[in-house]
Design a protein around this ligand. Structure first.
Ligand SMILES: [Zn+2]
Length: 479
């Protein structure tokens, strides 16, 4: 799924720490004492993988509050199926699966929504707000496969992967720079307020491969416990992979990145559960009817969600400049632009009146202007290799979270106040509609990689490139 707007994701997670699978040897002692009577139990499930939640600074109630807000945003941005029968079916199926979900006693307010999007995808926001694309229903061969996808999503909720990811993001220094620069207009303050401004921006939905593997394992357990064929999840993945050989991978894999040996790991869990029960449920006539209804829904063309109503382009940049002094550099910017300091002190944004747009959900996104930030990097200013690799890292950070961001011109050398720098042009979806051009200039400094992102919608970029160059010409590093 892609919700427009700048997104960011930490790459420095503690992924390895997340999966602490413990094998439980339930039933062994009992078997010892019960002796012969156990022989009549055909297959004692004894070793299902125990999954543990990762590090989390949020409470389950925070998950619900955040998820509710993000779900309200998502509902405004995503086209609904407008098919009450389909929603009712998803709710019934989802609720049945949620009853088997180990939530540690937390009562999540589960909701299930059908999205009129042909892309094969589904996502769950913290707190239990599940969105299933029509494409996922259409791609499922039977009810068990769709149940597998939903069980996988529910497992992200139970394992609280969204706020685990957010916890890591808040704590990763590189992130704070970009986070602060992009959302420079947030007032800071409470963690929740800050997070609120980028919930829909993706950080809650960017899972590590470890998290994916956990959701696969727990999803398989939930399928099993709900009486479905526990292999269905793996079968759905196999089908997606086979169908998309050589073509673009389905969206599901960009939101739920493929862990290594995904199918093998699910099969392993099925074994641990004691194999496929003979009476396992695979399909229902209800599913077939719902799938037919979904296939017949009108197709909604994907549009870039812009701000509601027509947006007037900002006034042209003024030729007289104001001064800005940061701790390690100074620059001048058009005096009809506003300054949006980053509450963390690491970055700042400048934008004309009308350059910061509502992304359609009450959150601010920069559409015209300049973002300055500092990313963690070590290296001498003249160390070309270090400059290259730190620049690639920042680009990767941005791309990971902006799937449509592409490099259009790469690696040109320039000098900024005498310092060696790299110029990179990228394109991305603009919050003003259409495409935007991002001109990224990076310089290695003692405090890290200082980056300047000059951006405007592609159609208007020519009106800004002179101003961007003039601003960069005024940059003076002061230490
Ligand atoms: Zn997932």
């Amino acid at each position: 799924m892609s919700i427009p707007g700048l997104k960011w994701k930490t790459l420095r997670g503690n992924a390895g720490r997340e999966l602490r699978a413990r094998r439980e040897h339930r039933g062994m002692a009992a078997g010892f004492f019960l002796g012969l009577s156990l022989l009549f139990v055909p297959c004692a499930p004894a070793q299902r993988t125990q999954l543990k939640q990762g590090w989390n600074k949020f409470s389950p109630q925070d998950d619900i509050n955040l998820g509710k807000r993000a779900a309200t945003d998502a509902e405004k941005l995503l086209p609904p199926c407008n098919a009450p029968k389909v929603d009712a079916y998803l709710t019934q199926l989802g609720t049945r699966l949620a009853q088997k979900l180990p939530t540690g006693g937390v009562q999540y307010p589960f909701e299930f929504h059908c999205v009129n999007d042909k892309a094969i995808n589904a996502f769950a926001l913290p707190g239990g707000y599940v969105f299933v694309n029509r494409g996922a229903i259409e791609a499922a061969d039977n009810e068990a496969q769709l149940a597998g996808v939903i069980a996988h999503e529910l497992s992200h909720v139970a394992l609280r992967h969204g706020t685990n990811q957010a916890t890591k993001a808040m704590l990763a220094e590189t992130g704070l720079g970009i986070f602060g620069a992009v959302f420079g207009d947030t007032t800071g303050g409470a963690l929740l307020t800050q997070l609120g401004s980028f919930t829909a921006g993706g950080v809650l939905l960017r899972y590590s491969r470890t998290a994916e593997s956990q959701a696969d394992v727990m999803g398989t357990q939930v399928l099993y416990d709900a009486g479905y064929d526990p292999r269905a999840l793996a079968q759905f993945f196999e089908k997606l992979e086979a169908e998309t050989k050589g073509k673009n991978p389905p969206e599901f894999f960009s939101d739920h990145p493929n862990p290594e040996h995904r199918v093998g790991r699910v099969d392993e869990e099925v074994e641990k559960l004691g194999g496929v029960p003979p009476n396992a449920k695979r399909d229902s006539s209800e599913f077939e009817a719902i799938k037919r209804e979904v296939l017949a829904l009108p197709v909604v063309k994907k549009t870039v969600a812009g701000p509601p109503g027509a947006v007037a382009a900002p006034a042209p940049p003024s030729r007289s400049f104001s001064e800005y002094q940061a701790s390690s550099y100074a620059l001048k910017y058009p005096d009809n632009w506003k300054k949006y300091p980053d509450s963390n002190g690491g970055g700042v944004s400048f934008a004309p009146e009308g350059g910061v747009l509502d992304d359609g959900s009450g959150h601010s996104t920069l559409a015209y202007g300049l973002i300055i930030g500092v990313a963690q990097a070590v290296g001498d200013a003249n160390d070309g290799k270090a400059l290259n690799s730190a620049t690639s890292q920042v680009i990767q950070d941005l791309q990971k979270s902006n799937p449509s961001m592409k490099i259009t011109r790469q690696g040109e050398r320039l000098r900024l106040n005498g310092q060696p720098g790299i110029s990179t042009f990228l394109s991305n979806v603009s919050p003003a509609g259409g495409q935007e051009t991002d001109w990224l200039v990076t310089v290695l400094r003692p405090e890290g990689l200082v980056y300047f992102v000059c951006l405007a919608p592609q159609s208007a970029y020519d009106n800004y490139d002179k101003t961007f160059s003039s601003i960069l010409d005024t940059v003076r590093f002061t230490r």
